[in-house]
Write a protein that binds this ligand. Sequence first.
Ligand code: MN
Length: 240
Amino acid sequence: MYTLFISDLHLHESRPQITRAFFHFLHAQTHDLEALYILGDFFDAWIGDDDDAPLNTQVASKLKQLSQHGTRIFLMHGNRDFLLGEKFATDSGAHLIAEGTVINLYGCPTLLLHGDNLCTDDQDYINFRQQVRSPQWQQQILAQPLAARRALAAQLREKSQAMNSLKAEDILDVAPDEVVRVMREAGVARLIHGHTHRPARHALIITGEPAERIVLGDWHDQAWAITATQNKIELINWDI
Ligand code: MN
């Protein structure tokens, strides 16, 4: 049996090769896949579950097939797709999980985050995050007609090139102190997150004990995943 983690696919109609790579990845899995965790920025943008764009329905249907074969699927919000809701989750046979969920991964308590909350050095971003994660702001956006939300999303994409960039150098890295703080608070020796587009395994010492932070990569020329079994955990990548 094994478990997979992915994040930051940034699925978008303008990047069909990524969608194809994702479907190929799903098809390549065996019945031994117990659980698939998607840790945010799965979609490059999400304007509401009522958006019936072909990409959204195709992705939901592929995930649903996987869930029907017995794989449990978990979705966490990222900073791009935080409006993703229960309808899409249900259509996908998936469960939405909260940022900061701790799972028991084959005996090892593992903290799961998208990762943007660790970038505490970027005050502008922290303010923006606070705004867009507030239920009032979200309700206000979702109350607008679909066409208006589509226009708003397109406008936001154009407006702030840096904020919409997928290049690692345009995304601030995590604040090391914040990593230690959240891992201590959660009482874990392992953290898995994405967001920074800086895939790596980092050895840490938390409260005098060895610990590890594993960072998933975004999908562009390469695809990234973490595969975990009872015996080992690996960060893997392959060409798209
Ligand atoms: Mn992100």
